[in-house]
Design a protein around this ligand. Structure first.
Ligand SMILES: [Zn+2]
Ligand SMILES: [Zn+2]
Length: 118
């Protein structure tokens, strides 16, 4: 059903948080936490621990969702999702600090790699 702007009363206060998966240490974005962890260990020489993943209550920051929510009149707020746990951050710098502080278990590459990424 195409949205024609009449069926919904649009509240300008409406904002939706969309979750962007991006490397905390550079601008690369990724599709899965697994890929992110592999990227971080190979590019940044940091090994992150992996917590049990669960469903975040946010939609993903992708083209489909952006278009969907823009059409519905939402303001989109981007949050950055942690690669290891369910935390999200409005500022990427905060995500980086969080990862450094909580999830980096080794900065030595190649040590026990498979243990964490199988
Ligand atoms: Zn990176
Ligand atoms: Zn985390």
């Amino acid at each position: 059903m195409p949205f024609n702007g009449i069926e919904y009363s649009i509240n300008e206060q409406n904002t939706v948080i969309l979750l962007k998966k991006a490397c905390p240490y550079c601008d690369k974005s990724y599709q899965s936490n697994q890929k992110a962890a592999n990227h971080i260990v190979s590019i940044h020489q940091k090994k992150v621990d992996r917590l049990v993943s669960g469903n975040r209550s946010f939609g993903m920051y992708n083209k489909a969702n952006i278009q969907k929510y823009e059409r519905l009149g939402f303001s989109i707020v981007v949050h950055y999702g942690c690669v290891s746990c369910k935390e999200t951050f409005a500022v990427k710098e905060a995500l980086r600090k969080h990862c450094d502080l909580i999830h980096i278990i080794s900065s030595q590459p190649g040590n026990g790699y498979l243990k964490y990424f199988v």
